[in-house]
Design a binder for this molecule. Structure first.
Ligand SMILES: [Zn+2]
Length: 341
């Protein structure tokens, strides 16, 4: 895993490798609220599902087709009702690349820009990985393996493991099939299934230009997609429409609502305090950047000066300098007005 991460671009990392932190090793799911479950111990973004007598609603599809299949088999082990709806929180591959593993007739719901974003940002990347990057990487690993005489040496076995993982992964992503959502919306979409009310809300760009919040109204539980990275550094990708100002505003607005449990895009579930923690992270990092900027430091110097250990986060550490850069540009660059939250 480590070797792969150093070799791959950060885009492919968010496509695939962001794992649930502290996932429970022994169970495949936990019941968050009555009939509402979180799947644990899978790669990719957090997947939730709600069982109703008329069918099952799933939020996010996992990071690869085989991952999507695994999600569906876990769901089937809980209920024999059909998987009826698949809600996609946003277009990042670690949330949608598992679609191929879902039943063909599942009704996909997403923001109106998701399909366009997938076309622009994901498709070429995936094609490039399938046709060029991964085959090239496999040839390279084979060459390295060929140079080692002792086939039982640690070095050889490590390379072999890397090769096998990448080979398996390549075969898996060859099966990625994106399906255009059947239902799309611009600002919000509300629907009822059996006795359950579900509200999807688009509060403007935050983590991406198409991120939606899923509200399980009967349970006071929300799935935030990647608007919350619990306990780890969030991904801020300019090209994907990140808007930190509106992201903070969305989190602060949600925090005022009557919410019991928050399922983040990545990391452990929590009470609504985790919305505030995410918002506070941005505010506190912004404040530090602003002070240093006002004391005359350049962006490069600011990056060197701010210590990641001042924040209680583990995971995606390589994203921290990018966080500083984006916040420096988006929030601090705007002047004093940004601070009025
Ligand atoms: Zn994301």
């Amino acid at each position: 895993m480590k070797i792969r991460i150093t070799l791959f671009s950060f885009i492919i990392i968010i496509l695939l490798f962001t794992k649930l932190s502290n996932a429970q090793e022994n169970s495949e799911y936990i019941e968050v609220s009555d009939n509402l479950y979180l799947i644990t111990n899978i790669s990719g973004g957090n997947v939730a599902f709600l069982v109703t007598r008329k069918g099952i609603v799933v939020v996010d599809a996992g990071s690869t087709p085989s991952n999507g299949q695994k999600i569906c088999s876990i769901i089937t082990s809980v209920s024999n009702k059909p998987i009826k709806f698949l809600i996609l929180t946003h277009f990042h591959g670690d949330h949608i690349n598992g679609i191929a593993g879902f039943p063909q007739d599942v009704i996909i719901i997403a923001h109106k820009d998701l399909a366009k974003n997938n076309e622009i940002y994901n498709k070429k990347n995936i094609d490039n990985y399938i046709s060029n990057i991964l085959p090239g990487h496999l040839v390279n690993l084979k060459l390295q393996m060929g140079e080692i005489k002792d086939k039982n040496s640690k070095e050889y076995l490590a390379l072999k493991k890397d090769f096998d993982n990448n080979y398996e992964y390549l075969e898996d992503i060859k099966n990625i099939k994106f399906r255009n959502p059947d239902i799309t919306f611009e600002d919000y979409y509300r629907f009822k299934i059996a006795d359950e009310r579900i509200m999807l809300e688009y509060t403007g760009p935050g983590h991406s230009s198409d991120n939606v919040v899923v509200k399980f109204s009967n349970h006071n539980v929300i799935h935030t997609g990647d608007l919350v990275f619990k306990g780890m550094v969030p991904y801020l990708i300019i090209d994907h429409g990140v808007d930190v100002h509106n992201w903070i505003k969305t989190l602060d607005d949600l925090f005022k609502e009557n919410i019991l449990t928050v399922i983040p895009g990545h990391g452990e579930i929590g009470g609504k305090i985790i919305l505030k923690e995410q918002s506070d992270y941005f505010k506190s990092l912004s404040k530090k950047i602003e002070i240093l900027k006002n004391s005359g430091l350049s962006l490069v110097e600011i990056k060197e000066k701010i210590d990641i250990n001042d924040f209680d986060m583990k995971g995606n550490e390589n994203q921290f300098p990018i966080n500083i850069e984006v916040i420096y540009t988006q929030l601090v660059g705007k002047g004093a007005e940004w601070w009025e939250f």
